[in-house]
Design a protein around this ligand. Structure first.
Ligand SMILES: Cc1cc2nc3c(=O)[nH]c(=O)nc-3n(C[C@H](O)[C@H](O)[C@H](O)COP(=O)(O)OP(=O)(O)OC[C@H]3O[C@@H](n4cnc5c(N)ncnc54)[C@H](O)[C@@H]3O)c2cc1C
Length: 410
């Protein structure tokens, strides 16, 4: 890459190389804003690859379609027709088993389960198509570079890259995850808190069909969730206290399968095989605003929480679609895309959705791991079971933004 020091700034500098950064690049491309994406793809460890998958709901799937990524994703995406929740907390006042089915809200499926690498590859493929079509396109994408420093000035934001070159944008979009240096450069504060939990991930093959139903078994240490990858293969997100998660991950395949069969209590029948395991430490984070000082936060740079109810990436993709709307409108009106006016409008528009998800997941998690909210949870589940109206309301709230759908998700 050539040094960009002497060139005009890009409209946008995207820092990061996760699914949210790549979706943002594609959204800007479609909206006609110029960008430079600088990031480092997550390192894959040969003996324990990242086997995370994302259950993406309707709005996210519509965004993938708008961005042109869906044809690459669809052959490898597993439809989800229902989410089942089983209370295994062993408490006196237990919640009844719940099935949240697509039919309850008059649709064919709730969403699709997609492996993270499939999403990353799909976004890269769509970005390449346009770059190939127009060799003079000024946008640039570098997925192998570390950003070592970010400097904010009155006229723009400059990223210094590990190769010694720099890039400047009128706005920087922080898609560099929880420990975002872009967020820090804009002096945006975050509140963080720990849960004494970790998530163990793996894929496994099982005898019985999962019937395209995702099942969450709620134990007092957190949920153990199995999400369909195909009829007889599922992905696993097993939340436990960190020591127990590490202990489980270290078991050999035979002993791990025994432990998993015990946890699933026969739900998917005998387990035939399992992949390597990887453990993700869990914590929560929320920024005190979602844009300031020429920097906008998207994805986990602005909010992070435990993987319960498949909320994280769905929320991050709503950030992407919303920011694309704000920047495109600003551009159309001839405004500076990094101005306080544009940033404040974006931050305000995302606040309710982000606060509700972050604290909602936190409260739900706390209701499992102890405390007075456990009783409330049981009561809420009884009410949901008794009333289709309450169930529909909860399902729609879990899958839709608070506020309007951004235009790319309609
Ligand atoms: C076990 C598990 C299961 C989950 N399941 C679901 C689910 O079913 N549904 C759902 O919606 N969400 C789910 N999530 C949440 C989802 O995985 C995250 O929301 C999503 O990965 C966040 O994406 P991101 O792009 O914001 O951040 P990240 O994926 O963290 O990406 C940040 C990127 O920035 C790069 N980067 C950081 N700093 C720099 C730097 N200085 N220079 C260059 N590059 C840099 C990193 O290398 C990385 O590529 C799950 C999470 C976990 C842990």
């Amino acid at each position: 890459m050539m040094n960009n020091d002497k060139m005009d700034p890009f409209d946008c500098l995207i820092v990061g190389a996760g699914p949210v950064a790549l979706a943002m690049a594609k959204a800007l491309q479609l909206r006609g804003l110029t960008y430079s994406l600088c990031g480092e793809l997550p390192h894959q460890r040969p003996n324990s690859p990242d086997l995370r998958t994302a259950a993406l709901f309707d709005g996210s799937v519509r965004l993938l379609k708008t961005l042109g990524a869906w044809p690459y994703v669809e052959p490898l995406a597993a439809p989800l027709v229902a989410i089942r929740i089983i209370d295994a907390t062993g408490r006196l006042f237990r919640a009844p088993e719940q099935l949240f089915a697509a039919a309850d809200i008059d649709t064919c499926q709730l969403g699709f389960n997609i492996p993270n690498p499939v999403l990353i590859d799909a976004f890269q493929a769509t970005l390449k198509t346009i770059a190939d079509a127009n060799k003079n396109h000024p946008d640039e994408i570098n997925l192998t570079v570390k950003v070592t420093a970010i400097n904010v000035s009155d006229s723009g934001v400059t990223a210094t890259l590990a190769d010694g070159t720099s890039r400047m944008g009128r706005i920087a979009i922080a898609a560099d995850g929880r420990n975002s240096i872009t967020r820090a450069a804009a002096s945006i504060n975050v509140r963080t808190w720990n849960h004494n939990q970790a998530a163990l991930t793996a894929h496994f093959d099982h005898e019985f069909s999962n019937q395209a139903i995702s099942t969450e078994i709620h134990a007092a240490t957190g949920p153990c969730t199995v999400v369909p990858l195909s009829a007889n293969r599922s992905s696993l997100v097993w939340m436990e206290q960190p020591d127990r998660a590490a202990e489980l991950a270290d078991l050999n395949d035979t002993h791990f399968i025994e432990a998993l069969e015990f946890r699933l209590a026969g739900l998917l029948g005998p387990i035939r095989s399992v992949t390597s395991r990887r453990v993700f430490p869990l914590s929560s984070l929320i920024a005190d605003r979602f844009a300031a000082n020429r920097v906008a936060l998207i994805g986990e740079s602005g909010h992070a929480f435990p993987p319960i109810g498949a909320q994280g990436l769905n929320l991050g993709l709503r950030d992407v679609a919303s920011l694309a709307d704000h920047l495109a409108e600003a551009r159309l009106a001839g405004k500076d895309v990094g101005s306080d006016e544009v940033l404040n409008a974006y931050s305000t528009s995302r606040s309710a959705d982000i606060l509700a998800r972050t604290y909602g997941v936190d409260a739900f998690n706390a209701s499992l791991t102890g405390g007075p909210t456990g009783m409330l949870r049981g009561a809420a589940f009884h009410a949901t079971k008794a009333s289709p109206g309450v169930k529909r309301f909860l399902m729609e709230r879990g899958m839709q933004p608070i506020g309007e759908w951004p235009s790319m998700m309609r």
